[in-house]
Write a protein of this length. Structure first.
Length: 136
């Protein structure tokens, strides 16, 4: 009887942990390079786009720039190494700042004292939870 109760308790705990993991949607960026990476993220925000940064991701670690359900099928990432060299870029021009920032809109960056850089588009295939790996 004690073994049956312990088995039931273990199954209940695993079910609870599985449900808790499913409920924690987010965008994670994992660094498989040998360099410290600084990451900015862009996403749809209302009728426009928003950008946020910076998350520092050490080699072998992950950062979570978006917590909760992803705001759309596509998110946008931009990254620099510790020397400020672009290491993750694409073709979608969006705004960043040199320090920690959150910017609404992606036009007229320079007029707002921001820099325009090219973000890479990431297709999350409509999933609410997504992990992107930098490097190999």
């Amino acid at each position: 009887m004690a073994a049956r109760t312990a088995l039931w308790l273990a199954a209940a705990i695993l079910a609870f942990l599985g449900a808790a993991c499913d409920a924690q949607a987010s965008l994670r960026v994992c660094n498989r390079t040998k360099a410290l990476m600084n990451i900015a993220v862009g996403y749809v925000s209302g009728d426009d786009f928003a950008t946020e940064g910076w998350w520092s991701v050490t080699p072998g670690a992950c950062a979570t720039p978006i917590r909760g359900d992803l705001p759309g099928r596509y998110v946008y990432l931009y990254g620099q190494d510790i020397d400020g060299v672009d290491v993750l870029k694409g073709t979608n021009s969006m705004c960043v700042d040199r320090r920690k920032f959150k910017a609404q809109g992606i036009t007229d960056c320079w007029r707002r004292g921001l820099l325009a850089v090219n973000f890479a588009e990431v297709d999350t295939q409509g999933e609410k939870d997504w992990t992107t790996f930098l490097g190999r």
